[in-house]
Design a binder for this molecule. Structure first.
Ligand SMILES: C[S@@+](CC[C@H](N)C(=O)[O-])C[C@H]1O[C@@H](n2cnc3c(N)ncnc32)[C@H](O)[C@@H]1O
Length: 391
């Protein structure tokens, strides 16, 4: 797609075609193309609109019904922030009294849409001309097509905030993990924060804790069990006294906890219940907080499983009733599971190199009942816990 294609999609003919394609993504693409040809649509525009209609259908998972009125590039849809997460970004800026947010590397504009929804003005910038044209359609405001490192930050003043969502792929599409290899790099974000106090950035969930500068808050967010980002909040955007926090979004509801007065986790014997902390809690290093809140302890000082004697649960864990605890051994495990008539086996693991698929093959279970096992270390020893999910 090029900028002329974006203009064609935004033309009256393009819009009419996109409207006509709404709800057709389940149709056979060959039959659909033939129908559009028969109806006399320009083949090039029809191809563009069909691709766009498929991108909209896919993007509905992040944008909801709103996706039906937006334009996307394939990469832009993939990199876009989910609406439920972008709303929290916007809330931080609004709560800090920011009136305009410079969205530096705005992509297709998911974060800026949330900023606008929150009543904030935006200054969206993207170096890629097609992405900028798409964002302009989506946002209904001018998008500056330029390199964000070239000088726009110097134009920001009182009342302005800066938001970054650095690109984490090379031009060739390879994923980068080093925060200095993203575009822009973390050092540029931090240099901006020194000039524009209300600076925030969406970084990869693997951000090492030692890269979180003093006085800033790093917040790990998960959506329905998937860790989607580590947002760095500087200056007035950070919660005072908080260095690390976790935000868990489940079924649209959000729950948060942070490292204020973080306790040291106890370690002890496996009790009647096992709790698997959410990935955002683990990434944020807050397992000890969850263990204390549940009145529990770790099964091993290096493993993020919490155990309690009594039933307990929270939004930050998935909980299981512990049925058996066995030392790890193929023969004894096979005998145990066969005695329980187990067939379908769910394997969860932490702190072990065992490959679940390989283990399932080795166990060759043919029984009629489902079961769940947890492979982990308990007090330093490789162990198997037979568990049952607590609904
Ligand atoms: C991860 S995407 C942003 C996604 C956006 N937050 C959203 O939710 O839709 C990063 C964007 O930054 C842009 N970008 C990367 N380096 C840039 C630079 N030096 N100047 C301007 N834009 C840049 C890329 O073109 C890409 O569109």
């Amino acid at each position: 797609m090029n900028t002329a294609d974006v203009a064609a999609l935004r033309s009256p003919a393009g819009r009419a075609l996109l409207d006509a394609l709404a709800g057709t993504t389940a149709q056979d693409p060959v039959a659909l193309a033939a129908r559009l040809r028969r109806e006399g649509h320009d083949p090039a525009l029809a191809a563009l609109a069909t691709t766009q209609s498929r991108l909209r259908a896919k993007a509905a998972a992040k944008f909801g019904d709103r996706a039906a009125g937006l334009l996307f590039t394939a990469a832009g849809a993939e990199q876009a922030t989910r609406a439920v997460v972008a709303r929290e970004h916007a809330r931080r800026f609004a709560a800090a009294g920011v009136s305009r947010v410079a969205d530096l590397g705005c992509g297709v504009g998911a974060d800026s849409l949330a900023f606008l929804d929150a009543g904030l003005a935006v200054l969206p910038v993207d170096a890629d001309p097609v992405t900028a044209a798409v964002a302009e359609h989506n946002l209904g405001v001018p998008v500056r097509c330029e390199d964000l490192t070239a000088g726009v930050v110097a134009e920001l003043g009182a009342g302005d905030g800066a938001w970054f969502d650095p690109a984490r792929r090379t031009a060739g599409g390879r994923r980068v993990f080093d925060p200095e290899a993203t575009s822009p790099p973390l050092s540029f974000v931090l240099a901006t924060a020194a000039r524009v106090p209300a600076t925030g950035a969406k970084l990869a969930p693997g951000l090492p804790h030692d890269l979180v500068p003093a006085g800033t808050e790093a917040q790990w967010t998960s959506v329905d069990g998937e860790v989607v980002e580590c947002a760095l909040w500087c200056g007035p955007l950070a919660v005072p006294g908080t260095g690390r926090s976790a935000r868990v979004v489940r079924g649209g509801a959000a729950f948060a906890l942070d490292d204020t007065d973080l306790p040291v986790a106890e370690v002890g014997a496996v009790g009647g219940f096992l709790h698997e902390p959410d990935g955002a809690v683990i990434r944020a290093g807050l397992v000890a907080r969850v263990a204390a809140d549940l009145g529990g302890r770790l099964v091993d000082e290096t493993i993020a499983y919490v155990t309690t004697d009594a039933p307990a649960t929270s939004e930050f864990v998935r909980s299981f009733r512990v049925l058996d605890v066995l030392p790890f051994g193929l023969k004894s495990l096979r005998a145990h599971l066969r005695s329980l008539d187990v067939g379908a086996l769910t394997v969860k693991k932490r702190g072990t190199a065992v490959d679940p698929d390989h283990l399932r093959k080795q166990l060759a279970l043919k029984g009629s009942r489902p079961a769940t096992i947890v492979l982990t270390r308990v007090a330093g020893k490789q162990s198997v816990l037979v568990v049952d999910p607590v609904s």
